[in-house]
Structure formats: C-alpha cells, structure tokens
Design a protein around this ligand. Structure first.
Ligand SMILES: *[C@@H]1O[C@H](CO)[C@@H](O)[C@H](O)[C@H]1NC(C)=O
Ligand SMILES: *[C@@H]1O[C@H](CO)[C@@H](O)[C@H](O)[C@H]1NC(C)=O
Ligand SMILES: *[C@@H]1O[C@H](CO)[C@@H](O)[C@H](O)[C@H]1NC(C)=O
Ligand SMILES: *[C@@H]1O[C@H](CO)[C@@H](O)[C@H](O)[C@H]1NC(C)=O
Ligand SMILES: *[C@@H]1O[C@H](CO)[C@@H](O)[C@H](O)[C@H]1NC(C)=O
Length: 527
C-alpha cells in the first residue's frame, strides 16, 4: 500500500513537472529607441551578430508595429490594450507626475506568474512609480533590477525631472537604480548594459529548473545620452558622424549582452525550451544617432519611422524557422501571444485590443487575425521639437476633428493620418550624414529647451487628412487621399468609432513632493 502510494505520488509529481516543463521559458528583450536601420540584418553599418543570428534562425517580423514612444509601447506590451483605453494616449510619464499605468489593469507578468512562471524584470520600467502599488514588484514581477524613469546617465544613474512636462523652471535630480525596493548604490559608475548582463545571467543561473522562467529584459540601450565604453567606440573607426559612431558602439554593446544571455541559457540547458522575442520600443531618434532609412519620420512621430519596429521571434515551438513574416502584428499582441505560448489564459483582464498571432509566427501558412491597427489618437499632441505645420480642415460627416491631435489608423494596406503625425522628413541613411553633433541643450526630455540656439524653420502647410498605401509605398512618399475618397471616408468612420471608446487623457502636472532630495536623493514612490 505504502509503495503504491509513493509510486502514485511520484508519478503525479513527474506529471506535474513534465507539464510545467512543457511551458517554455520566455525571454522578452526590448531595446530602447533602436531604429529600423540599426540592425545588421536590415543592412545597417553596425555589428549585431547575435541579434542577426536569432533573426536568421528564427522569424523576422516585417509588418510589425510598436508605439512611437516609450511609455505607450510598454503599457500596451504589458496590458494587450490600446492606450486610448486607459488614459496614457499622450506623451510619456515624466518622473514628477503623480501617476502610473492604472492599477486596475492586469499585467503580463501577473498572468504568467499565475500560470506558474518565475517572473523577473532586469532594466527599464517607465510605467510610473509614484506609489508602491505602481512598482514592478507590485504588478507581477518576483524581482526588479533597474530603473524607474525614462532616461538616465548610463554610469551615474542620475535622472533629472521637470516639475511639469513642458516646464523647465523647477528641476529635480536623483539616483534611479534599484534592486527590488532598495537603491542599488553599487550601480553607480558601471555602464548599465554590463550591469543588466550580470543580473540577467544570475537570474538564469539561480532559476529553479522545475519552473518556467519569464525574463523581461528591457535594456536602457540605445536611448540617449550617447555613452559607450571605449572598446566599442574603437570598433567604428570609419564612422565619421560623431553621434552615429557612439550610437553604433551602444548597439554592439547591447548585442554582446544578447549573446551572453543566449549562451547562459544554453549552458543551463534551458535554451532548447526557450521562446525569445526581441523588439524595439519605438523608432530611432535620428537626432541622437538612430536611423530609420528608408522609412519616413522618427521616434515620436506616427510615420513608419516612428512605429514600424525591429522585431523577431526565435525558439521553441516555431515550426518554420529561418523566414520572414509579413503578417500584421503589434506590440500589444505579445500579451495574448505569450500567454498562449505559456499555456496560460487571458481571463480576468479588461477587454483586449490585441490578438494571439502565434500561428502566424510559428508557421509559414499561419495568418495574423489582425487587419486593423489603431496607432493612436492623442488629442493634445505637441511636437517635441519645433512647431506644428499649418493645416486645412477636412470636412467629414463623422465629426472627426482633423485639425487637432495626432491620429493614425492602419487598415489592410492603408494608413490614414489626421492632424499632425509629427516630424515629416525621411532622414538619409547614416553613410550620408555630415559630422553631426547636436547641441544637447536642445534635447532635454519632454521638449525643446528655451535656451536652445538652433534656428527652427517655419514648416510648410500640410493636409489634415493623408492616406498612404503602406504595402506599395512603405516610405510614405505619395499621399493618395484624393484618389481614394471612399477609403478615406471608411477610415474616418472607424476613427470616430475608436474615438468614442477612448477615455480622457490622464497626464497630470508634476508633484513637488516627488523631489528625490526628500528621500536620500533617490527617485522612488512618494505618495
Ligand atoms: C495547459 O493547461 C491546461 C489547463 O490548465 C492543462 O490541462 C494542460 O495540461 C496544460 N498543458 C501543458 C502542456 O502544460
Ligand atoms: C556616484 O559616484 C561618484 C564618484 O564616486 C560620486 O561623486 C557620486 O556622488 C555618486 N553618486 C551617488 C548618487 O552616490
Ligand atoms: C566630429 O565632431 C566631434 C565633436 O565636435 C569631433 O570630436 C570629431 O573629431 C569630429 N569628427 C570628424 C571626423 O571630423
Ligand atoms: C538542443 O537542440 C540541439 C539541436 O537540435 C541538440 O543538438 C541538443 O542536443 C539539444 N540539447 C538538449 C539539451 O536537448
Ligand atoms: C474625439 O472625441 C472628443 C470628445 O468628444 C473630441 O473632443 C475630439 O475632437 C475627438 N477626436 C477626433 C480626432 O475627432
């Protein structure tokens, strides 16, 4: 009897382990501000052998979209929902704002943890931190190592915050590097990319092999400030442009971490059972070394250069490897897709705006259920640098106010813009750059510094409704709105319908009590 019981128990235990082992480990790496033309496999002049290898052995996503800036992309990644549905449709969260990704949203790590995963974030959060309840460890992560704000010095981990997004009068400074709830002072002085590598390897080494692992690795790289260890800069003696040279070094430093993490997963015998996603969070910032050639626009614009993302998937469960997928996918789709991969459910979430695209990733015969993608409706958009061009209204029977805001909708091959999509130009490929050194006083986060001496040209007038055929014209050279009035009409109707479902923007002014001086010069929850 005893023997039988023990046997039964061990069989049950084995079954439980076998089941959990069938849930693959998930490695989700997000690069910050990595442009379309900034990886080797897109023909960039940058060494990214490890990313290229994942791409070539996996599935390269070539009809894949992210949001044009940081907080929005990360909020959609974490919730599977459009930002118009939780009030973060405007800008990013700035350090002093008493707000975070609303607490009634269910996040990806919480759902994965529910399904038995160990969940770790190593890197950038940028979804708000005014209260403890907002922190990554309160929202589904077992551990957090990294920083809370949007941008910082790669070595000192210092962040400057402005009281309100567009005001430069009152400025706070503090240290922003944390190991769970404690400041990680040992981070001061070491290049963050190295610190994240060290911690990612430790998480993998310490991982309990009976459980599946979710490692979320949102790099600081390659967001400005332009800082890189000299050995990486020395790899680019032929790049003349100062910004591009440093930026390239930053990308290669990050690529080395990708290689080290893969290597460690192999060493720990986990790699064969790992699904890896590598994605950017938005398009490249061409003022700071990034490049999106041949796409139009850049970071913070709704043009393809702002939202068409570098993205790839590698690993366990992919049937047809080594191919490119042109199925339409969006950063919000990782939520249901990775939950599917994890054999977890989406139950208990608010209504999703995303799709499980695993079939389209795994199989060359699979299709994405997505035919439509709302890039955004931001009613109070302001260009980060320079003025908005003058526009003429486009009368329509759906009540869409085409003059104001910042709206784009993709439907099949069509993309319709109303209002101001942001920075209009197609910046040349990096090989054509002059030695550009941007006056960094112009580039304070959140706006154009009033002391900046760079002259700003008055922009040319533009139509307030524009239509492009993205499949035929990915560089968005030809506005075809006047040739397809019926398409414009249908898409305006869709925009009006989305707009009806939008909640008001939550983007509060800064709170003086955030001042790190009140908490040992450390950025952290203050409410
Ligand atoms: C997936 O989940 C279902 C329902 O919870 C469970 O019965 C099944 O064994 C799981 N499969 C794997 C491969 O883990
Ligand atoms: C970081 O280290 C530098 C050099 O040792 C020091 O001057 C600075 O005060 C440190 N920063 C913090 C926030 O401790
Ligand atoms: C480019 O500009 C930087 C900063 O002014 C300067 O240090 C560098 O020498 C310049 N490079 C070339 C190739 O002119
Ligand atoms: C992982 O997959 C490779 C290629 O199929 C195989 O050679 C190797 O033995 C596998 N390793 C493990 C631990 O299963
Ligand atoms: C969306 O709806 C709001 C509230 O009714 C309105 O003020 C705004 O102009 C609409 N946006 C567009 C793009 O029509």
């Amino acid at each position: 009897m005893w023997v039988n019981r023990l046997n039964l128990m061990s069989i049950l235990l084995q079954l439980a382990c076998a089941n959990s082992l069938q849930q693959p480990h998930i490695l989700l790496m997000i690069a910050d501000d990595l442009g379309y033309h900034d990886v080797g496999y897109h023909g960039a002049d940058i060494f990214t052998p490890n990313i290229d290898k994942l791409a070539n052995d996996g599935v390269i996503l070539e009809n894949y979209y992210v949001q044009p800036i940081c907080t929005p992309s990360r909020s959609q990644l974490m919730t599977g929902r459009y930002q118009i549905h939780f009030g973060l449709q405007h800008s990013v969260l700035f350090a002093p704002q008493p707000h975070c990704l609303p607490l009634d949203e269910t996040l990806l790590p919480a759902k994965l943890r529910e399904a038995g995963y160990s969940t770790h974030i190593v890197g950038k959060w940028h979804l708000g931190f005014c209260k403890y309840e907002c922190l990554p460890t309160s929202r589904g992560f077992d551990s957090f190592y990294g920083y809370l704000c949007g941008k910082q010095d790669y070595y000192t981990k210092e962040v400057s915050g402005f009281l309100a997004g567009w005001e430069y009068s009152e400025k706070f400074k503090g240290y922003d590097f944390h190991d769970n709830l404690k400041p990680a002072w040992e981070g001061n002085g070491t290049y963050s990319t190295y610190l994240y590598q060290q911690r990612a390897l430790k998480v993998i080494q310490d991982h309990d092999k009976n459980k599946p692992l979710f490692l979320y690795l949102p790099f600081q790289s390659v967001h400005f400030p332009l800082q890189a260890p000299q050995k990486y800069i020395d790899m680019y003696p032929n790049i003349k442009d100062h910004n591009r040279k440093i930026y390239s070094a930053m990308v290669t430093a990050m690529d080395d971490v990708v290689g080290a993490v893969v290597n460690e997963l192999q060493k720990q015998n986990m790699w064969n059972n790992t699904v890896t996603v590598f994605s950017t969070d938005n398009g490249g910032q061409t003022l700071q070394g990034g490049n999106n050639w041949p796409l139009r626009g850049r970071k913070a614009s709704l043009w393809e250069g702002g939202v068409r993302g570098v993205g790839l998937v590698h690993g366990a469960g992919i049937v047809d490897k080594g191919r490119t997928s042109t199925e339409l996918m969006h950063v919000s789709d990782w939520f249901p897709t990775l939950l599917h991969v994890a054999n977890a459910t989406t139950s208990g979430t608010k209504p999703l705006d995303s799709h499980n695209v695993w079939d389209a990733i795994s199989s060359k015969n699979g299709h994405s259920p997505r035919t439509e993608l709302l890039h955004n409706i931001d009613p109070i958009f302001k260009r980060p640098y320079g003025p908005t061009p003058p526009m003429t209204p486009y009368p329509n029977k759906y009540g869409v106010n085409t003059l104001w805001g910042h709206t784009a909708l993709r439907w099949l091959n069509w993309k319709l813009y109303t209002g101001d999509p942001g920075y209009e130009s197609i910046d040349p490929p990096p090989t054509m750059y002059r030695n550009q050194t941007v006056d960094t006083t112009c580039l304070v986060s959140g706006g154009y510094h009033p002391d900046c001496k760079e002259p700003i040209k008055a922009p040319e007038p533009v139509p307030s409704v524009r239509l492009y055929d993205i499949t035929a014209d990915p560089s968005e050279n030809v506005d075809v709105a006047k040739y397809f009035p019926m398409i414009v009409d249908q898409m305006l109707e869709k925009i009006a319908a989305y707009n009806k479902t939008a909640v008001p923007v939550s983007w509060p002014g800064g709170d003086k009590n955030c001042d790190p001086a009140l908490q040992d010069d450390v950025w952290g929850p203050w409410m």
